[in-house]
Design a protein around this ligand. Structure first.
Ligand code: GSH
Length: 218
């Protein structure tokens, strides 16, 4: 059985991505939970026993360990081609990989200023110009994909794909930081909010009680 090592569902945006890729496709896996930033050496040692990166997520498939969210999604796309984690069409697939890589390596101002915290009381905070530019770019990606691929379904590339898994934590950030999402981007935002796997992660995150001070942005 596949094992996915993840952190706190309330805070761990990187863990959410491959978890969603698996769950949205009904791929069976065992979840290994390691609480993050506890200052408990046993937790860090346990994390290191699964991945030398010392970070979640990590996927364990027998002898194979895959770490880093996007590498895990790539691995799952190869192992479960029927899940269609990347679009079949080569141009759409290149597009999906480009926006996923952009999400994976970019948007640092938004990620730093608006950390994921599902329990955060909904409300806006002052944001830097760079973070606001990130918000505009993300909404442009959502609206553009929605317009191009909506004939095939409500997600970025029609049916649910790895790109949706990569953008899912941003949907939470936009909600909890009361960032307005309008037009075609809104259709996408609403579709993600209605996805049963997205709702399952959210419920579990809201039920967690552990508090990590550094993520408690007010
Ligand atoms: N680029 C990595 C980022 C992984 C990452 O930063 N994970 C955080 C939690 S969301 C972590 O494990 N932090 C624990 C630590 O640094 O001790 C990915 O895409 O998986």
């Amino acid at each position: 059985m596949l094992k996915l090592v993840i952190g706190n569902k309330n805070y761990s945006s990187w863990s959410m991505r491959p978890w969603l890729a698996l769950r949205a496709n009904d791929i069976a896996f065992d979840e290994v939970f390691i609480p993050l930033y506890t200052d408990n050496k046993a937790d860090k040692d346990r994390l290191l026993s699964f991945s030398q990166s010392g970070k979640v997520p990590a996927l364990i498939d027998g002898e194979i360990t895959v770490w880093d969210s996007l590498s895990i999604i790539e691995y799952l796309a190869e192992k479960f081609p029927q899940a269609g984690l990347w679009p079949e069409d080569r141009a759409a697939r290149a597009h999906a990989r480009s926006v996923s890589a952009e999400m994976h390596s970019g948007f640092l101002p938004l990620r730093n200023e608006c950390g994921m915290n599902l329990r955060r009381p909904v409300g806006a905070i002052p944001m830097s110009d760079d973070a606001r530019a990130n918000v505009a770019r993300i909404q442009h990606i959502w609206a553009d994909c929605s317009r191009r691929y909506r004939k095939e379904g409500p997600f970025l590339f029609g049916r649910f794909s790895g790109a949706d898994a990569m953008f899912a934590p941003v949907v939470h950030r936009f909600r909890t930081y009361a960032i307005e999402v309008s037009g075609d981007a809104r259709h996408y935002f609403d579709a993600m909010g209605s996805l049963p796997a997205f709702q399952e992660w959210t419920r579990a995150g809201l039920a967690e009680t552990l508090v990590i001070e550094r993520f408690e942005t007010v």
